[in-house]
Design a protein around this ligand. Sequence first.
Ligand code: SF4
Ligand code: SF4
Ligand code: FES
Length: 827
Amino acid sequence: MSEKIKITIDGIECEAEAGEYVLNIARANDIFIPAICYLTNCSPTLACRLCLVEADGKQVYACNAKAKDGMSIVTVTENIIKERRAIMEVYDVNHPLECGVCDQSGECELQNYTLEMKVDEQHYAIRDTYRPVKKWNYIHYDSSLCIVCERCVTVCKDMIGDAALKTVPRGGDKLDKSWKDTMPKDAYAMWNKLQKSIIGATTGEELDCTWCGECISVCPVGALVSEDYHYTTNSWELTKIPATCAHCSAACHLYYETKHTSIENPEPKIYRVTNEFHYQPLCGAGRFGFDFENRAEKDPKAFEAAIEAFKRADTIKFSSYITNEEALILQKLKEKYGYKLVNEDALRFKKFLDSYAEYSGQSLPSADVKAVHKSNFVISVGTALKSDNPRVRFAFNNAIKMNKGGGIYFHPIKDPVIEALGKTLVPVYHKPGAEEAVLYFILENFADHEALPKYIREYLDSLRETRTKEVEETIKEKVKETVKEKVVDEETGEEKVVTKEVEKEVPKKITKTVEYTISKLYDMVDASEDLLEKLKKVLDKRERSTLILGEDLYTHPRAENIAKLAGLIDRFTDFEVLLIPPKTNSLGVALICDLDEEAGEYTIGYNVKGDFTLSALGDGDLDMPALNQQEGTFTNIDKRVVPTNVALPYKGYVLNDIARALGVSDKEYTIEFTKELPQEKGYKAIEFDDLPNEFLNDGTEQRGYVLETHKVNLSRKNVEPIAELPEFNGTVIYRCEPVLQFSPFTNKAHQLATTAKLYASETFMQEMGLAEGDKVNIKKDDTNITVEVELDDKIGSGAYVGTFDPSVDTSALFAGYRFTEVTIQKV
Ligand code: SF4
Ligand code: SF4
Ligand code: FES
């Protein structure tokens, strides 16, 4: 626990933790200190120097000055005013006067601080140099607008983990030396640096990254903007709608920013998505995949047909891209009419969660994403983190960078992006299926063995064996040496040289065979025997640890046993456990609905194909609203019930209309169900309109509420030993979405739309004799799909196909587990 201290800022007493940055303490206490370059949760770079303050009489930068008990901070002095004003004048030197059309105008920090520092005259000047515009895929960079605050560089390195941007030489004129003597010191230093740099890609001309767009979000001026948004509107014309990203289970906070489509078309349109970058990053799917709405009108005939279909159906099959309230409506339909509710991903997740809970003793996982941010040791198992849940990847990176942490990434597919997060992150690439052994490996190395149930301890003991190895050792060997020595003859007094033999010790390297004990688990998971030795430095400083578990485990043939092991890890190690729900609202559906294994004879499909299909993709028998057209809540990875809002109107029917027609609902609006979500599962009786959706200045997340976790009776059932699985031979592929895709909804967005491919690593393509653009048949049993091959240079081995393109049904290739054996033939 950090020590609590007190400091005063401009006479206001503030409580803080020892070592916190003064700027963060000020912000948490609603005290304004000007600052451009600093980003919360990232390292201070001192690029702007605006945050100059006086601490106990000495000038320091608030963004990197660590608070000490009793410290007295003054935020404004005569000199500080002079420095800040000069800094803003310098920022304005040669800044193009194009505010009238600039995308950032109206929310530009350069404009704001220029006014704040009362810059009404310019004292500085220098010849301008040509600064180019770059188009990097989704990103437009205008270096003439760039103030080189380096926020983009910092966020990409410390938060996202791609480190794709850096400062590069600008070729600007050198400052005249006389400025040094005549202008305020910090303003001169900042100007000197500013003249030298612009921003470039670390890989050369082209930017090579995972396209989160967080650099756009953090840019205080109009230098980095979304190519799609560039020059489409003025920012002040947009309506900011606080909502929740509907693409994955992180369910991040975001704003849909809307305005009428055009002068002729008053219909609202989403122009862009923004996020509270100081508190929560957003990935590229959330940022660029926003227009997945379903524009539909009421079709009474289709509605009547839907009611008839419901009367006939015995099953409702649905995806987890629905709100908690819709899940509750489906459950109520089941309770009244006995429908089977079928949702494979949520059912698997629920079973995993139940088994985990019986062994951890808690109804819900112990960790949230914040726990990862705060950890200094993180292990990830069973998830292609980069694609499955980008925010968890960002948190893992942030823990490595900001807490000087480290960790292990267990997965069968090599991932150079994950490897690049830091040298203290060691990847262990195991065979598909070895995940059960990986969890035993964690118990072996991190559990309190004395506290473990006896049979587990004995099993772990049985896996240890004695091996021998050759080690080099330096010993001291006695050798005899003949030395010459001058002696004085006692009789004659003359000096003479005599030879004598002396014994001395010299170091000698020998190789010897030693015995040592090691667990066979190292071999089973393909970990090198010195794995923990490599991590010794971070392990020695380990204070808080998180274990991230993902969908490979929920779909694993041994999922139940793996879940029990996860529960044991929670109980008998100091790891907190984070489970990544496979889809946006898998956790909500798992908690709210009583799910069934098998579908019956006649199926209503909701966002999946059924005999009668309700679809928010606009491809069914009755249209439904997409999740950017709905009010409601999701239950996210943080066990948080987060609200989302309507960004775009929807004129068709909603699930509540069907429930009303079938006598299951008497509510006018779907959100009237929010307060009725099941309290025995941890939900609270709170009205939708009373749910907050914001972050406080100190970073506190005030979004909805966190589910109550309750105690679960510990199970006496036995955890089983590792099962022998059939080996994966031949060609193995993985079910995974490419970066920026999650589902048909991301693929519907105009910036992300693409067709399904076989995404292959270079090694896979070489082994299979494939080239980019080749068409291949992927065959398993009776399923046969034809797709193009695309090189994914962001994986280092293997190949995968996704489920995001409804025109290519890959689901039948995977009977559960995410790795599957197929045959691949060039067409
Ligand atoms: S592009 Fe924007 S965020 Fe990056 S250095 Fe320039 S002004 Fe700062
Ligand atoms: S889009 Fe994301 S990964 Fe790419 S440069 Fe910007 S911050 Fe870095
Ligand atoms: S915010 Fe402290 S130097 Fe820029």
